[in-house]
Design a protein around this ligand. Structure first.
Ligand SMILES: Cc1ncc(C[n+]2csc(CCOP(=O)(O)OP(=O)(O)O)c2C)c(N)n1
Ligand SMILES: [Mg+2]
Length: 340
């Protein structure tokens, strides 16, 4: 098997303010604690159906959201809770949706994989692997057609990157210079299949070359590296140069979904990533070593986040289940067509 070429890492000191670092710390921690709570609620039977946690991948979406501007769009797969929190959706509405309650973003009728927010330009949450990639190009097409300078982030996994529709989308996006950033979240696995077992060509971002699409590999455990690459990609798209590919190297600590026995990898492998590469710990160390924050400052942030997450769980438990007649609403954009 061909071995993966890894891009040279920059050794430059990050040029970043204390406030910025604290923001990333807070946002990544919110996702992690929220997901841990979702895992607990699932274990208690309060969340039904599928539930795919994002723990370990937090720096990807937080770094890219830091590079995004007002009005930019995002669309992703079923592993979507982190994307929703990072773009500013309300944790209460997300948790209530996970638990199937009326106060959820889809009134409790969509669950983990089916939430949207027009206000935050979040276009789902898609359970069909790869389906969001052409949708992302469509969103970018709409912005280009309207003549604004908005950019769409279309997130998908290493497994999805082997799908045909991704390459049909690359072709059209490049042909029409669409302002879309294809973000491959390479977390090394597609369910139980390691990328090495499914993929001959080792660098997924390089496949864009066949269509003339520029791209690069990014260290997805380093939020500052993700942000910097995101800014470059956004500038490329806003300048009308067409799409860009970011292959963000990351890792999921939990199973594919809550029902994954995780027999396809060793505990040691997961432990090693947690101990040596954790993205939140990385920012924590930057804050402490740069004298930007004390242990007490960080404890205060931890407490604040814990409260937000607990409130979201409490809100979900108090929110009623949707009424039965809700079964007939939100099916068609307009009133249901009448049959003769
Ligand atoms: C079209 C389609 N095929 C198969 C599945 C079943 N399935 C769900 S997730 C998944 C793995 C996708 O892995 P990847 O794209 O790497 O994303 P990750 O789960 O790692 O975030 C598969 C095969 C599906 N949902 N849709
Ligand atoms: Mg994957």
């Amino acid at each position: 098997m061909a071995t993966r070429k890894t891009a040279a890492k920059s050794t430059a000191k990050p040029n970043v303010s204390a406030d910025e670092l604290k923001t990333y710390y807070r946002e990544m921690l919110l996702i992690r604690r929220f997901e841990e709570k979702a895992g607990q609620l699932y274990g208690m039977g309060l969340i039904g159906g599928f539930c795919h946690l994002y723990i370990g991948q937090e720096a990807v979406v937080v770094g890219l959201e830091a590079a995004a501007g007002e009005g930019d769009k995002r669309v992703t797969s079923y592993r979507d809770h982190g994307h929703m929190l990072a773009c500013g959706m309300d944790p209460k509405g997300v948790m209530a949706e996970l638990t199937g309650r009326e106060g959820g973003y889809s009134k409790g009728k969509g669950g983990s994989m089916h939430m949207f927010s027009k206000e935050k330009h979040f276009y789902g949450g898609h359970g069909i692997v790869g389906a969001q990639v052409p949708i992302g190009a469509g969103l970018a097409f709409s912005d280009k057609y309207k003549g604004n300078d908005r950019v769409t982030f279309a997130y998908f996994g290493d497994g999805a990157a082997n799908q045909g529709q991704v390459y049909e989308t690359y072709n059209m996006a490049q042909l029409w210079d669409l302002p879309v950033i294809f973000v491959i979240e390479n977390n090394q696995y597609a369910m139980g299949t390691a990328v090495k077992r499914s993929t001959k060509s080792p660098n997924l971002w390089e496949r864009g070359a066949a269509y003339g699409i520029a791209g690069e590999e990014v260290d997805g455990m380093d939020v500052l590296a993700v942000k910097a690459a995101g800014e470059k990609a956004v500038a490329h798209c806003r300048a009308g140069k067409g799409p860009y590919i970011l292959e963000v190297m990351t890792y999921r600590y939990r199973g594919h979904s809550m029902s994954d026995p995780a027999k396809y990898r060793t505990r040691e492998e997961v432990q090693e990533m947690r101990e040596k590469r954790d993205a939140i710990e990385h920012v924590r160390q930057l804050l402490l070593q740069g004298d930007h924050a004390t242990e007490d400052d960080l404890k205060a942030i931890d407490k604040e986040i814990k409260e937000i997450v607990n409130e979201s769980a409490e809100f979900s438990k108090q929110s009623p289940e949707p009424a039965l007649d809700e079964l007939w609403t939100d099916i068609y954009a307009d009133a249901a067509p009448q049959t003769a």
